[in-house]
Design a protein around this ligand. Structure first.
Ligand code: ATP
Ligand code: MG
Length: 395
């Protein structure tokens, strides 16, 4: 008999009539994510998705880790099957959970019985197994309200199962349920985190990155692609559109007032991201902007930069402290790459005294000196699409 993985649905269960679509999406996301670890049967029952290996060669550790990063799953556990007798169930619980039973101070047993022909009721089985476990681990106390460890038993048609303690999983909503968005990915700490947060809400992402060679190096570009790779366990495969930005930056430097460089540059980023979003039928833009972090992120500056698009600009980090963002970056696994010291295009022509209270009308006037349409068209023409495959630490 083989161990299986149990995935508990999160908010998905709240979605009423849409629930079936959510479940189907989640199961197909799980199927795609686990396929590299072997052949699995994936099905759902009572707010739980079962991931069952169909061959001995399945890599259960790999599949478990992958499922933990699938949005829409709130908790995850493994379970061990055994013969459907009370003695076999007890022995299974004693050995499979011996470590958890040794470490816990209090416990209870909870049984679900799908096979109604089993000769004991759920309550009888829980009491019998609970009593025997208490004898085997006498340091334990029984606590039916707030036990440290709940021993779950399920008696099903094919076998009985004992669950290991569940662990928290990714939460959020299944990818693809929330539509799609274009995420502006720099090499910094923030934008990988903002991408993660929006993907967590079930949004499929398309990534856009602006590169200014030779001011920005090949290494800076590699760093961004590496960040995208590190996001794929959360976001699934990614397309990164790398847009040449050098001509735009040089033109701005030549023709616009220095204190407005960053702002006008950000407006071009928004314009190009907007164009890409329309082409790919995406419903929003995502940035790592954060209120007050830098001069280009005051309220007035945000207004000026979003003036060029009427798509919603999602800024999930807007009210977070840097410390909280860093903590999340570490948790999702992008921090170490983000702090590699390669220059981004934003740091290439930084004004000495950036404008913190810009005015929309004034900025529009400054841009009249530029061939905005031509610059955008050439940048879009020069773009390159890099496809990033699903990546895990071992690959
Ligand atoms: P980050 O850490 O994400 O770079 P930041 O705090 O350095 O953010 P800015 O450099 O002002 O802030 O950039 C704000 C946002 O604009 C970024 O979070 C990102 O979404 C987008 N952005 C900045 N530079 C680029 C770039 N070269 N390519 C794509 N998007 C960018
Ligand atoms: Mg930056």
């Amino acid at each position: 008999m083989h161990e299986i993985i149990l995935c508990k649905l999160g908010e998905v269960v709240l979605k009423g009539l849409n629930r079936h679509t959510f479940e189907a999406k989640l199961m197909s996301n799980i199927r795609r994510r686990t396929s590299r670890y072997g052949r699995f049967k994936i099905y759902s029952r009572q707010s739980t998705i079962y991931v069952e290996p169909l061959e001995g060669a399945c890599d259960m550790d790999g599949a478990y880790a992958a499922c933990r990063q699938v949005f829409g799953i709130i908790a995850i556990a493994r379970a061990m099957p055994c013969e459907k007798t009370k003695e076999a169930i007890l022995e299974n619980a004693r050995t499979y959970l011996s470590r958890a039973l040794t470490e816990a101070k209090s416990f209870k047993v909870e049984t679900k019985r799908a096979d109604k022909s089993f000769p004991m009721s759920s309550i009888q089985l829980s009491q019998w197994v609970g009593g025997a476990l208490h004898d085997a681990f006498p340091h334990l106390t029984v606590d039916v309200h707030h036990p440290e460890l709940t021993v779950h038993i399920e008696v099903r048609e094919d076998a009985a199962y004992v669950h290991a303690p569940s662990e928290s999983a990714a939460g959020g909503l299944p990818l693809g349920m929330g539509g799609s968005a274009v995420s502006l990915l720099s090499g910094g700490i923030d934008s990988p985190v903002s991408s993660y947060m929006i993907a967590k809400r079930g949004v499929q992402l398309e990534m856009i990155h602006f590169a200014s060679p030779p001011y920005t190096s090949q290494l800076a570009r590699e760093k961004v692609l590496q960040l995208a790779r590190e996001l794929t366990p959360w976001t699934g495969r990614l397309n990164v559109y790398v847009i040449p930005f050098t001509e735009i930056q040089e033109e701005i430097r030549r023709k616009c007032p220095e204190d407005h460089f960053t702002l006008i540059m950000r407006r071009f980023m928004m314009r190009l991201a907007d164009q890409l979003a329309r082409e790919l039928h995406c419903g929003a833009l995502v940035t790592g902007e954060n209120l007050g972090q830098v001069a280009s992120q005051t309220m007035a500056a945000l207004r000026v930069s979003q003036d060029v698009t009427d798509l919603p600009v999602l800024r999930p980090l807007i009210g977070m402290d840097k410390e909280e963002i860093v903590r999340l970056a570490r948790k999702i696994g992008t921090f170490d790459t983000s702090i590699l010291p390669y220059e981004d295009c934003c740091t290439v022509f930084t004004p000495r005294h950036p404008k913190t209270r810009p005015d929309v009308a004034e900025v529009r006037e400054m841009e009249a000196a530029l061939d905005v349409e031509g610059l955008c068209a050439r940048a879009m023409e020069g773009r390159e699409l890099v496809k990033i495959k699903y990546f895990d630490k071992e690959s």
